[in-house]
Ligand binder design. Structure first.
Ligand SMILES: Nc1nc2c(ncn2[C@@H]2O[C@H](COP(=O)(O)OP(=O)(O)O)[C@@H](O)[C@H]2O)c(=O)[nH]1
Ligand SMILES: [Mg+2]
Length: 346
């Protein structure tokens, strides 16, 4: 089991399977259009997504059971978390980006890229995916002191981990090592140009530039490999997927409450349980703003993200309801089939 554990196998997954000689656990390390590459204890395989397995929703990082006679993908184990996004142009469907990620490096720079609202959004995304966030501030070498930047990030939560570094410096990047060891899976979030690739290359070691990961582009053209993960020399796994950039907040209400925990705590004291913290009487959040305890800008950012999250969640819910209704229709049509048989073509 050693090899499995170093790939992230743990009791959460082991508890879902019974000892069996037919089915072997394995992790999906790459997803292609109609195939997935898996790694298990002492074996690697490329499995076709055909027949029953074509209906399985899988992504990189997933743990699956492989039927040894085949071999064939038999089952997807429950995830402890996953990054999802509303698929572009698909009118409210959710696409899985990566599953079972332990840590997210939220990357920003000690320059104009640094944006508190964006950090809050990424934090919500990380929490929603069940991943532990570490805020990494790059370009620490370009400022006299990284302290003010660290302080601004730290203001988002006193227990948050914040590292300021030069992403090109192995000695600096060494500080991220605790999250990159055997059995750990990390992913990166951050806008273009903040130093994600640089960080990955430094983590991967000089001269070992990680393969560029390409994925399905937004116009529906498909490249060969859509998602994959890579072994780090530190023993862990790195998921580097461009799709991580377009994550929208969907079904993330609890995650938002975690990011804005001081607002949720205040809200518990509002007179109305459905208080929107606008102008309602007895609003503890507005009182905190009046007393200077809470920053009005922070509340405004929270409300904006909440509104966005609700919109996206509604779109998904509507889509699901539509799909369900359609499913019922098909079912009823099928059950009537004997009656309409020979009843004329449509
Ligand atoms: N001085 C300095 N330059 C950096 C740092 N991190 C990244 N860069 C540079 O910023 C540019 C963009 O970095 P890149 O890794 O491609 O950003 P990505 O778009 O997030 O992958 C490159 O020229 C890097 O060399 C850093 O910590 N310090
Ligand atoms: Mg890059």
């Amino acid at each position: 089991m050693k090899e499995l554990e170093s790939s992230g196998w743990r009791s959460f997954f082991a508890a879902q399977v019974e000892a069996d000689n037919t089915f072997a656990p394995a992790r999906i390390v790459a997803v292609h259009r109609r195939r997935v590459d898996v790694m298990g204890e002492g074996f690697e395989a490329s499995l076709a997504l055909t027949g029953k397995s074509a209906a399985l929703q899988v992504t990189v990082g997933d743990w699956v059971l492989v039927d040894r006679d085949g071999p064939r993908l038999a089952r997807v184990l429950d995830r402890f978390g996953a990054f999802k996004r509303g698929a572009a142009g698909a009118g409210g469907t959710i696409q899985l980006i990566a599953a079972n990620v332990d840590t997210v490096f939220i990357v920003t720079s000690a320059n104009r890229d640094f944006n508190v609202a964006r950090l809050e959004r990424y934090l919500a995304v990380a929490y929603e995916a069940g991943a532990f966030p570490v805020i990494v501030i790059t370009r620490a070498d370009t400022v006299d002191s990284a302290e003010p930047w660290v302080a601004r990030a730290q203001a988002l939560g006193s227990s948050l981990l914040v590292e300021a570094l030069d992403a090109r410096e192995p000695g600096d990047v060494e500080r991220l090592r605790p999250w990159c060891g055997p059995g750990q899976t990390v992913a990166l979030l951050g806008s273009s140009g903040v130093g994600k690739s640089t960080l990955i290359n430094t983590l991967a070691g000089a001269g070992q530039a990680t393969r560029e990961v390409r994925e399905d582009d937004q116009r529906g053209r498909h490249t060969t490999t859509s998602r994959s993960m890579h072994r780090l020399p530190q023993g862990g796994w790195l998921i580097d997927t461009p799709g991580m950039r377009e994550l929208r907040l969907v079904e993330s209400e609890d995650a938002l409450d975690d990011v804005f925990s001081e607002i949720s705590a205040l809200a518990a004291n509002c007179r109305f349980s459905d208080c929107r913290h606008e102008a309602e009487p007895g609003c503890a959040v507005q009182e905190a703003i009046a007393s200077g305890e809470l920053d009005a800008a922070r509340l405004a950012r929270f409300r904006k993200l909440r509104a966005e999250e609700r919109r996206n969640t509604e779109t998904i819910a509507e889509r699901r309801a539509r799909d369900r209704a359609l499913g019922q229709l098909y079912k009823s049509v099928l059950s009537q089939k004997p009656h309409i048989k020979g009843g004329g073509d449509r």
